[in-house]
Write a protein that binds this ligand. Structure first.
Ligand code: BG6
Ligand code: MG
Length: 219
């Protein structure tokens, strides 16, 4: 039976992908690196340091670890500054409604984000109250597509993976959910999330009614 839900943050609860894009783009422009939305899409769900490595590989460049860490911090400073203008109006359409519905129906809810800025984002949205457990980029060392962040959330909720549905917008996130034995819902295009158990183009379509209809034997 489904007793819990584990949500990714960036791209599921709020659209930070564009803010991440702008921060990486600024760094890339300063460094003379090529960077576009197609490369940015490959960064969905993966950690900050894995992200800068993807950008370097795309540019056939390599740098020492210390320089890499400094540049990643520079990108993060730009990203964090951009979060200041985020407000409780910046949920993706449908996200707040679903979180509210899950609360009223008494489901357990965890956050399973790769971001080290997750708490800041939740504060800006005033969303912390929707979550019983917060798993973020500081909670586990192995990031998606490894299942560790979702296993962390399930364990803290005292649930088995098969009792939880994971919500993700990243290919690596659905890979992680599957690797951990979770049910999965993908938010985004089929080309990216065709391997999710259930997929919606947007959060606005992901109502509890639709989810219960699909996973009907599990409710
Ligand atoms: C994920 C984003 O949620 O967090 C990635 O999808 C990002 O794009 C990752 O790289 C790490 O985020 P942060 O905030 O710790 O740099
Ligand atoms: Mg995401």
């Amino acid at each position: 039976m489904i007793k819990g839900f584990i949500f990714d943050l960036d791209g599921v609860i709020t659209d930070t992908a564009e803010s991440h894009y702008k921060a990486w783009k600024k760094l890339s422009d300063d460094m003379g690196w090529d960077f576009d939305h197609e490369v940015n899409d490959k960064l969905r769900g993966i950690s900050r340091m894995d992200s800068i490595q993807v950008i370097l590989d795309h540019n056939n460049t390599s740098l020492d670890a210390e320089t890499l860490a400094k540049l990643a911090t520079k990108k993060n400073d730009i990203y964090v500054a951009s979060l200041e203008t985020m407000t409780p109006d910046d949920y993706l359409p449908g996200a707040k409604e679903l979180l509210t519905h899950l609360r009223t129906e008494g489901f357990s809810v965890a956050l399973g984000s790769a971001s080290k800025n997750a708490i800041k984002v939740l504060e800006q949205l005033n969303a912390s109250g929707y979550f019983d457990v917060i798993g973020d980029g500081n909670s586990v060392s192995k990031s998606k597509p490894e299942p560790d962040i979702f296993l962390y959330g399930a364990e803290k909720l005292n649930l088995q993976p098969e009792e939880c549905i994971v919500f993700e917008d990243a290919e690596s996130g659905i890979d992680a959910a599957k690797a951990g034995g979770f049910h999965s819902v993908g938010i985004g295009p089929k080309e990216r999330l065709g391997h999710a158990d259930l997929r919606f183009d947007t959060m606005a379509e992901a109502t509890l009614f639709e989810i219960k209809s699909y996973f009907k034997d599990l409710f």
